[in-house]
Design a protein around this ligand. Structure first.
Ligand code: GLY
Length: 368
């Protein structure tokens, strides 16, 4: 039996507003679209717009709320918000300046989802474009598809008119070479003289030591009409196998949005989030009546149950990595939880300044 999915022929996608001019605007295309998108929508309800994000999203949540207050839809506001982190060369975990894969190439993953329509867009292993969330939004808005990967995603971004550039900053290149030289004493690479005295390398060693973390920004948003949207964007696991894709571009894992319930997303070890369809699981716990924070904790408990291989467990049988979930429900209540204590998350509501709040957790970090 042929199980290839079949579809009725559809006219070639020619979304409203798509013109030859769009094709030549280049990198400003998405920004222009975001600036005008939904600008005629007003929130008559008087309810505040709300955004929740990972701790690196303090500025991003403020931007997202300002956009929603101006009438931009939650998904577009979320994508606009995270652009500030994608642009930040000092955030090693997202966009421009993100740490590269094992071959020194920056490969980015992102997805976004719109609650009212349940439409989603995503790109994975995208090279050469600093705003994967904006490319994902274009996949959502201009195609009948959800996920584009690798060279196909880059061709799409090029066709839409995004600006192509080298995303490997000098700082990230030096850190990558340090990692290569110190990964093993049985390969061909030797530590370079003075390498660990370089301030950029030193700062990296002090912050991350011997671990290979994953960063990422997730941002979930609800507007005054109680429509929901979100995005997740990342450079993924530091020094990953080329082509490795984590949870961030996978709808249901790194992000899930349901306009009847709310939105949830994740940062941290993507493979573990994928195993339990993390974002979707959090949303389903909220649908069953849990608060956003309780839903995040319940999903983490499920993730712990699914973590069985010894190389992922510490000497007390607990996960030796971290995962964090972030969630907002349709009422605008927010919550976050992490496997390990010490995590924070960013929240902003209309009329208030963005704040960093403590996240709930399952395990207290052992005191050193
Ligand atoms: N959560 C980001 C990643 O695993 O790539």
């Amino acid at each position: 039996m042929n199980d290839t999915p079949t579809e009725s022929p559809v006219p070639s996608p020619q979304p409203a507003g798509f013109s030859r001019r769009d094709l030549v605007i280049g990198g400003s295309l998405a920004a222009a679209a975001l600036a005008t998108a939904g600008a005629t929508r007003a929130h008559a309800s008087g309810e505040p717009s709300v955004a929740v994000a990972s701790a690196n999203g303090l500025e991003a949540v403020g931007r997202a709320v300002a956009q929603m207050d101006a009438g931009v839809s939650p998904v577009e506001a979320a994508v606009h918000g995270v652009a500030v982190v994608e642009d930040d060369p000092d955030d090693f975990t997202v966009g421009y300046g993100g740490l590269p894969n094992s071959e020194g190439v920056v490969q980015l993953d992102s997805c976004c989802m719109d609650g009212p329509t349940m439409r989603a867009g995503a790109v994975a292993a995208l090279e050469g474009f600093r705003h994967p969330a904006q490319v994902a939004l274009q996949v959502l808005q201009r195609t009948t598809r959800v996920l584009l990967v690798g060279d196909g995603a880059a061709r799409f971004a090029r066709a839409i008119g995004f600006e192509e550039e080298n995303l490997l900053t000098e700082k990230a290149r030096k850190i990558w070479l340090y990692w290569k030289a110190n990964m093993s004493d049985r390969d061909d690479w030797l530590p370079a003289p003075g390498q660990t005295e370089d301030p950029d390398v030193r700062a990296f060693i002090e912050e991350y030591g011997a671990v290979r973390p994953t960063g990422t920004i997730n941002l979930c948003a609800v507007d005054g009409d109680r429509d929901v949207g979100g995005t997740t964007t990342t450079s993924g696991l530091f020094f990953k196998i080329p082509g490795r894709v984590g949870d961030s571009p996978l709808i249901g894992a790194g992000l899930f949005v349901d306009n009847e319930v709310g939105a949830a997303g994740s940062t941290g070890r993507g493979e573990s989030v994928i195993q339990i369809a993390g974002g979707h699981t959090v949303v389903e716990f909220m649908r069953a009546g849990k608060s956003p924070e309780a839903a995040c904790l319940a999903a983490l408990e499920r993730l712990v149950q699914a973590t069985r291989v010894p190389y992922l467990l510490d000497d007390k049988g607990r996960p030796s990595f971290d995962v964090k979930f972030y969630a907002v429900n349709k009422k605008g209540e927010t919550g976050s939880a992490a496997l390990w204590s010490g995590a924070k998350h960013a929240v902003c509501r209309s009329g208030s300044k963005p704040v960093l709040l403590d996240s709930a957790y399952l395990y207290e970090r052992d005191l050193k």
